[in-house]
Design a protein around this ligand. Structure first.
Ligand code: ADP
Length: 266
């Protein structure tokens, strides 16, 4: 298992000594490298869907065949959705990196958000012949989170659990109280992640290319980067456990925040 590290570390790690400092420098270097390639990378990511849209728009204009026209429209819609997802994610990345996304943390119980996320995942999973399960304790302790930001992180984990799954598989969204933390986990019975890739999946634009698994499934390698950054903003931990061909579990650990006397839980 591996823990997500922020790309711009360097705070509060003195007691671990030089090793951690060296590692952070490496990560900053990697982040700068990623920045240099950024424009090229994004241009490329936008160019391929635009090419596809162009091709199918031409077919739409030229063909009288009804089923061909429907098919073309479907492809165009899919590609637009992909571009939309990319641009939405990029906006969020940019807001996080410029620090203009300042989290507004409130003390909440996550039950409702988890139930909503579960319900939204149901129809998406059904289309892929997946079961979705929700596993909550009777009472979940409260945590301090920015709901909007946290929803993005949770949604990205669920999207992946559906995307990298296999027909007949399942996705389990669970939460539990554990010592002074609550642990929210998203478990799938999907393709899993090779041990050597587990450290890298939180990097910006990183995708596992093995057997074209990732490239055939859409996406741009930003989902986990964003999720890790958001969890980091909440001073939490994001942990992955995964076994190839068996499945993956992503767990978010957040500190339980006990109520000041007389305070309401939102
Ligand atoms: P993407 O948009 O490619 O899904 P992410 O940042 O969300 O980007 O994930 C990075 C990579 O990590 C993915 O391309 C995929 O190879 C791998 N990955 C993420 N989640 C899972 C999962 N639940 N099961 C297997 N592989 C995963």
């Amino acid at each position: 298992s591996a823990t997500a590290q922020p790309l711009s570390g360097g705070h509060g790690t003195m007691s671990f000594g030089t090793l951690v400092v060296l590692r952070d420098v490496t990560r900053e270097y990697l982040a700068r490298q990623a920045g240099n390639d950024f424009v090229a990378h994004v241009s490329h990511e936008l160019k391929s869907p635009l090419n596809v849209i162009g091709m199918y728009a031409e077919m739409l204009a030229d063909s009288d065949d009804e089923s061909m026209r429907v098919e073309s429209l479907n492809v165009i819609q899919d590609e637009i959705e992909r571009m939309n997802a990319l641009v939405g994610n990029l906006l969020n990345v940019s807001k996080l990196e410029t620090g203009s996304m300042s989290p507004e943390r409130n003390r909440v119980r996550l039950d409702d958000m988890l139930r909503d996320a579960y319900e939204q995942a149901l129809p998406r999973a059904e289309g892929k012949q997946l079961r979705v399960l929700l596993d909550l304790p009777r009472e979940l302790e409260a945590v301090a989170i920015d709901k909007d930001l946290f929803r993005i992180a949770l949604n990205n984990l669920l999207t992946n659990a559906i995307k990298y799954n296999r027909p007949g598989g399942s996705v389990t969204l669970a939460a539990r109280n554990e010592d002074n933390e609550i642990v929210i986990s998203v478990r799938d019975t999907g393709i899993g992640i090779a041990p050597e890739a587990q450290d890298r999946i939180f990097e910006k634009f990183y995708r596992v290319s093995e057997a074209g698994a990732a490239t055939q499934r859409g996406g741009h390698g930003l989902g986990l980067y964003l999720a890790a950054q958001i969890v980091e903003l909440h001073h939490g931990r994001l942990v992955v456990e995964s076994e190839p061909d068996v499945g993956s579990t992503f767990s978010v650990h957040l500190k339980i925040v006990s109520a000041p006397a007389g305070a309401a839980v939102l």
